[in-house]
Design a protein around this ligand. Structure first.
Ligand code: DOR
Ligand code: ZN
Length: 350
């Protein structure tokens, strides 16, 4: 094996710090795709109805465990969906009893099933202060929802108008900016050394807005936050391959059935769980930074969440193009798998 062009890579087992598993038949179908390679994942709470209380999170965790394939060693790390009525004592109980790892903030109306999200941030201040006291992270969907703000500017405006003031009011709150899509967000994280990190998705490292809109509309590339200009994608790649501890993988793998995506008002979400690690190895190799893949997928996330990195490993090998299904079948209908638009050569072999 040449040092310069490795064809085999062994890294600590990855975790996914942002994942949608859904429920029922969809959960049953998509969970094995993540459990195959990942040890843990932060599970998004935007079910219908949302997972708001410790009791609901505990019941959802039980459903996930029951849906796991036999022998799968996978740990779901649960989150609570923050509403204006969330009770600080329930959040503290969820954290100290090990039921929930983090709380998720959706600005009301920002994305799929976010109608119960936060409109008035002053109303959730007591919860945020409790979380700061106990060191519980807040996962943030960082987009404003005002109809007068252009959809491509919503993340940058959120940083200025919501996140900066919020972090000033509750400076000890530990915040994860989820699925960052802009150079603005990367710069903001880089400039703030305390209590701030960001996840980056697989697809935002690969697609820009042209992939969605040029040469015909591609609903399977539509997600939120929507992919931005190429310069932003390049900034995300630079952050991911840098090894900087504040950036780590959160796939935001978000399955919707094809009928739900391919309609007049199609759902946002890209399903990347089946081929995420192959895609990432390709991106890091193209940047000449394969040796930084482990930090992004397996070390930086546990470091921020104050959890041990996984002890066991996975091995990727480079070879002939990888075949993966274009869709997976679920009892709710087919779900299309992310197409990176290029051949994948890295496969998880062990
Ligand atoms: O594209 C997205 N899909 N973005 C989100 O924030 C939510 C997710 C979903 O739940 O489908
Ligand atoms: Zn998400």
């Amino acid at each position: 094996m040449s040092e310069k062009h490795p064809t085999r890579l062994t890294i600590r087992r990855p975790d996914d710090w942002h994942l949608h598993l859904r429920d029922g038949a969809m959960l049953q179908a998509v969970l094995p795709e993540t459990a195959r390679h990942f040890a843990r994942a932060i599970i998004m709470p935007n079910l219908v109805p949302p997972v708001v209380t410790a009791k609901q999170a505990s019941a959802y965790r039980d459903r996930i465990m029951a849906a796991l394939p036999d022998g799968a060693g996978f740990t779901p790390l649960m989150t609570l969906y923050l509403t204006e009525d969330t009770n600080p004592a329930d959040v503290a109980h969820a954290h100290t009893s090990g039921i929930a790892t983090a709380v998720k903030l959706y600005p009301a109306g920002a994305t799929t099933n976010s109608a119960s999200g936060v409109k008035n941030f002053d109303k959730v201040r007591p919860v945020l202060e409790t979380m700061a006291d106990i060191g519980m992270p807040l996962c943030v969907h960082g987009e404003v929802t005002n109809s007068d703000i252009d959809i491509f500017d919503r993340e940058a405006v959120f940083i200025d108008k919501v996140l900066k003031p919020l972090r000033k009011k509750v400076p000890d709150l530990r915040v994860v900016m989820e699925h960052v899509t802009t150079e603005d967000a990367v710069d903001y994280v880089r400039d703030n050394h305390k209590n701030l990190a960001a996840t980056i998705t697989t697809h935002h490292l690969i697609i820009n807005r042209n992939h969605i809109l040029a040469g015909g509309i591609k609903p399977h590339y539509y997600c939120l936050p929507v992919a931005k200009r190429e310069a932003h994608r390049v900034a995300l790649v630079q952050a991911a391959i840098s090894g900087d501890k504040r950036f780590f993988l959160g796939t935001d793998s978000a399955p919707h059935t094809d009928p739900a995506k391919l309609q007049t008002c199609g759902c946002a979400g890209i399903f990347t769980a089946p081929n995420t690690l192959s895609c990432l190895a390709e991106v890091f190799e193209a940047a000449g930074k394969l040796k930084k893949l482990e930090a992004f997928t397996s070390l930086n996330g546990p470091d921020f969440y104050r959890l041990p990195a996984n002890e066991d490993t996975i091995t990727l090998e480079k070879g002939d193009p990888v075949t993966y299904p274009a869709q997976i079948e679920t009892a709710d209908g087919p779900v299309t798998v992310f197409d990176p638009g290029f051949d994948l050569h890295w496969r998880v072999v062990d």
